[in-house]
Design a protein around this ligand. Structure first.
Ligand code: MN
Length: 230
């Protein structure tokens, strides 16, 4: 089929130990999935059902990249997150079977224009401008679950210029990975290449030009992102 101009390249993320890359279809993100972070954002962390927002697939950024400080914000925040890569489609997935749909796990950084997100919350507007901007979805290499096992506990930490800012454990998620997959799949069919950012622990804060932000998750290593100096 001819196109009126060349179609865009397929967005993708690296795969650990492989030169082949994992094509990205959609990016789903869970809001407020760690109790202490919900509290720091002024919310009651009771088990109200999880909610989701999305980012464009082509917002993905590899480990080691230097990205420009984004436009329209004076409050760019980091959020350390476990990313789940989906490898098998499904709809209305049972929690018991949810992990069968996981291809692997990666370390993510859900970059956020916090001032735009806060304004959107106040005005009852969508979060897209706060969350879904260019280069907002840092994602390190995806590790095959066959190599790592399924991740349900282990430290998740973030540092800015080697100063520790977030220090949590995956076991502190309010909604576990199987629960998140099961609930997400009641809303839409999940498909290979979908990425799920599973929420961030407490300690979110700002990045400024020149900062180096590193995120590490026990069992799958560490990634780093540099915010370009002006
Ligand atoms: Mn997040």
């Amino acid at each position: 089929m001819p196109f009126v101009f060349p179609p865009p390249p397929v967005p993708s993320v690296a795969v650990f130990g492989d030169s082949a890359r994992l094509p990205v279809r959609r990016i789903f993100c869970v809001g407020r999935n760690y109790a202490a972070h919900a509290r720091e954002m002024g919310k009651d962390p009771d088990r109200e059902p999880p909610f989701f927002f999305t980012k464009p697939a082509d917002a993905v950024v590899d480990d080691g990249a230097t990205i420009a400080y984004p436009p329209l914000t004076n409050d760019l925040h980091y959020e350390a997150e476990l990313v789940v890569a989906i490898g098998r489609e499904g709809f209305n997935i049972e929690e018991d079977a949810a992990l069968d749909h996981v291809w692997g796990y990666a370390i993510g950084n859900d970059l956020t224009r916090r001032d735009l997100q806060s304004e959107a919350k106040e005005l009852g507007r969508p979060w897209d401008w706060g969350k879904g901007f260019d280069h907002s979805a840092v994602c390190g290499p995806v590790h095959r679950h066959e190599a790592t096992g399924h991740l349900s506990s282990g430290s998740i930490r973030l540092a800015v210029n080697e100063s520790r800012r977030q220090d949590g454990d995956l076991s502190e998620m309010i909604w576990s990975v199987p629960e998140v997959i099961a609930i997400l799949s009641t809303s839409m069919r999940i498909l290979p290449g979908d990425l799920i950012y599973t929420g961030t622990p407490a300690g979110v804060g700002a990045l400024v030009p020149g900062d180096v932000c590193t995120v590490e998750i026990e069992g799958i290593g560490a990634i780093s992102t540099t915010i370009a100096a002006h």
